[in-house]
Ligand binder design. Structure first.
Ligand SMILES: [Zn+2]
Length: 370
């Protein structure tokens, strides 16, 4: 099977007229590092709704890049014949960053060549982060290094996303990862604090929409990231908080965590392979994963385009927020050990969070897309 990098290069040359390419950071000779690139499809109007798809923030989680590139491949093939897709993309904008961490991708490392973990690097602190794995500034030679300033990869990514989404009435984003647990998860903010995000009602509505639309799809566990562990420097918390502060359309960021331990369980030998904990090693399994997540990515695109149809109305919002709090609280109390541990952490950190910082204010309701 063609690897993601050569497939990407081929698509860029074959669809030069269709794809708008922005080079965010230049490539480097070391390991033939490609540039950090954004690929844009659809509307250039500032007020268009936006959908953002990112892969390869952690360089060793290559399956995330594969999933994003496979999605792009399908879209480009459909644009050859699918007028409905073309019409949808006239109304919204799609921003794709297939390899957010090119130096880590080519070296097969989680961090960048400078040793920075891009998902611990944004200027946002957790009141009580997981020790070490929550982000550290002891040494760039240890994992989960936060760095001293925003890494160029993150600065470029944040600038790109804010430039293209600042005036969007709604932005849905998904960032593709692997390596956590045995089930597929979709995480939403917060990652740095344990309380509900201000747009919990919207996330709950999106979850309901997905489940009603695809009742037979593999179950994603959709849950707040802080349920598992709290971290410093989460880029999506940072961009979400900034979208709240702008007070226009919210950026609702999702993280797809593919449950890679399942692939190890089915093929135990792959644990001895260099990338085995994070990536499927058997071709048929890789193909299945590439098929599987297309459904969700296409769903997000359609949900972006049709946001007024599912975003909660003003009068429904408070009740839905309460339902969502109740739903995820029950989830916490489900009885499994991880949930119990998280609940304990949340209690302690909840006090710290409220003392340190009040939750960001909600955008005015009349400015939402609904
Ligand atoms: Zn990751």
């Amino acid at each position: 099977m063609e690897n993601a990098l050569s497939l990407l290069e081929r698509m860029l040359s074959q669809h030069a007229g269709e794809l708008r390419v922005e080079e965010l950071l230049p490539g480097a000779p070391q390991h033939e590092t490609p540039p950090q690139r954004a690929l844009l499809l659809g509307s250039t109007q500032p007020h268009a709704p936006s959908c953002v798809v990112v892969g390869g923030i952690h360089g060793n989680e290559r399956i995330g890049v594969d999933v994003v590139v496979a999605f792009l491949q399908t879209l480009l093939a459909r644009l050859e014949w699918d007028d409905y897709l073309r019409a949808m993309l006239e109304a919204i904008r799609l921003v794709i960053v297939p390899i957010a961490n090119p130096s880590g991708y080519v070296a097969g490392t989680r961090a960048t060549a400078a040793g920075i973990d891009l998902m611990r690097n944004a200027p946002i602190d957790a009141p009580q982060a997981h020790w070490l794995a929550g982000g550290q500034r002891l040494s760039r030679h240890l994992p989960w290094y936060r760095g001293r300033a925003m890494a160029p990869e993150n600065a470029a990514l944040a600038e790109l996303i804010e430039r293209w989404t600042a005036d969007s009435p709604i932005t849905l984003s998904v960032d593709c990862h692997s390596g956590f647990g045995a089930v597929n998860r979709i995480w939403f903010p917060w990652a740095h604090r344990p309380d509900p995000m201000p747009h919990l009602a919207e996330i709950y509505a999106l979850r309901t929409l997905f489940r009603q639309t695809y009742p037979h799809h593999i179950a994603y566990r959709i849950e707040p990231q802080c349920q598992h562990y709290m971290i410093h420097g989460d880029l999506w918390d940072y961009l979400y908080a900034r979208s709240l502060a702008r007070g226009r359309g919210p950026l609702l960021p999702l993280t797809l965590e593919m449950g890679s331990w399942l692939w190890v369980r089915k093929n135990p030998w792959q644990i001895f392979s260099r990338h085995g904990l994070f990536n499927p090693q058997v071709p048929h399994r890789r193909r299945r994963i590439l098929r599987q997540h297309l459904v969700f990515l296409n769903f997000l695109l359609a949900a972006t385009a049709n946001a007024p149809a599912w975003l909660p109305r003003r009068r429904e919002r408070d009740a839905l927020h309460a339902d969502a709090c109740n739903y995820w609280r029950a989830h916490f109390e489900g009885g499994d050990e991880a949930a119990d541990a998280s609940r304990g952490t949340s209690r302690v950190a909840g006090g710290a969070a409220s003392a340190a910082e009040a939750p960001p204010a909600l955008p005015p309701k009349d400015e939402r897309a609904a």
